[in-house]
Design a protein around this ligand. Sequence first.
Ligand code: F6R
Length: 247
Amino acid sequence: MRIVVARDYEELSKKAANILASQITLKPDSVLGLATGATPVGTYMELLRIYNEGDISFSEAVTFNLDEYYGLDKENNQSYYYFMMEHLFKHVNIKHKNIHIPDGRAKDIQEECIHYESKIAKAGGIDLQLLGIGRNGHIGFNEPDVKFEAETHLVTLDEDTIEANSRFFISPEEVPKQAISMGIKTIMHSKKILLLASGEEKAEIIYNMIYGKITPELPASVLQLHPDVIVLLDEEAASMLNKNRTS
Ligand code: F6R
């Protein structure tokens, strides 16, 4: 794991966007794994700025999102499809057929999950996977007690995740209880991983992810086994790491 500490959220977002932009520059037909949530919003904004300056093109890029809420229509403004359109896709020259997000309204969820995995494989696997991390250590929606061998599957969200994500909904009752998520195996097969974390509320889980034992109780701890991970933090998310250095 390579740990990079940015001064603040703005610098973190710039660094993350630069890594994504370099990936597309070096390999224009890159397969990007993308994340939603609050953390990558600044990254997508910065990526759009780079795009608008004419420095990168998405014309050959292929994307796969990590997850989608079960039961939400694409048009629902809380769906991850809607999020991705608003924050990135509708502003760039990506081909619609190259955008992949699990279908939260698929009639046959099992079939949707198998199909999603085969589309990733057919695209040649994910070159660069962007990740956030939940306060409980989830990546994608792989909640504590995850099976490391799982591929894309239907997951039941933790109470903590529902509570954390209720900030985007009118009330916690409105947060879907299930989601379709890439599994840990899918994520671990990515060639390169970029995990972002910002703010003090992520400091403890980041410390445990890096220095704790590898356990399904902390899904992100499995990243210790991946050969090419960049953990990009702001100073607040990195604040407990310094304690380790002095102890
Ligand atoms: C989002 C995702 C989640 C988030 C995580 C952190 O696609 O898979 O794992 O990355 O819940 O969310 P924020 O960034 O809102 O703290």
